[in-house]
Design a protein around this ligand. Sequence first.
Ligand code: GUN
Length: 284
Amino acid sequence: MAEIISGKIVSAQVKERVAKETEELKKRGVTPGLAVIIVGDDSASQVYVRNKEKACDEVGFYSEKYALPASTTQEELNALVKELNGKKDINGILCQLPLPSHLDDKEVINLIDPIKDVDAFHPENVGAIMIGDYHFLPCTPAGVMELIHSTGVSVEGKKAVVIGRSNIVGKPMAMLLLHENATVEITHSRTQNLADVTKTADILVAAIGKAKFVTADMVKEGAVVIDVGMNRDENGKLCGDVDYDGVFDKCGYITPVPGGVGPMTIAMLMQNTLTAAKIQNGID
Ligand code: GUN
């Protein structure tokens, strides 16, 4: 039977740490500021953005929300990012993805000043992560690492398998595991005999976007199973990429959905915004 890794508990610890440091920063006249841009009315994105604003309040940050209509042009969006790049009270800029299909997310990401890129999506930050010399780690993979650390299981020398190869999760996830000396394998939709690979994982990270895709026969006995997925099952109920009930008795540790990786992504965003504020104000 597995131990549940609580993203609620671990994220609260991260936010508490950030809140304490923010209190100290404020005494020095610095209040970390985050601007969140959302374009259109995707309901999931609206929930995420609301939770990000709420977290800013909790840790004592200043925040601005820019809710733009779906009809926003690339020029208008680019102009907003440039304006925010120049604002002294804004240390972090986040443009919620996905954008409506007529807008180019790469163009927007490339425009964000890398030192305000708290998502760590800018090519300069992605490159910095690749060589292990970075200010920010991408929020979801960084949150997953915190969850793994919370188990007390050492990553060093372990076999880690990542399912999914997105720029936001899969690829940087593999890199962070590698930085901690795991032996990492990235798998994806074209991987042959996927279960044979996933069954070798001491640490299994599922980031595919398919409801209950990872079943017990794909999991090694005692493995740490991290579920990055956020899907709806056949009854419309929130579920992850892992068949939680089926895998629970086989693995050693497992994250629930909701209440696992989700809250960690937001906590790490707060951590990155704090880091951005410190760097921009010359504070170590
Ligand atoms: N959409 C889903 N996850 C994320 C994220 O981590 N950052 C941004 N900007 N958009 C997202």
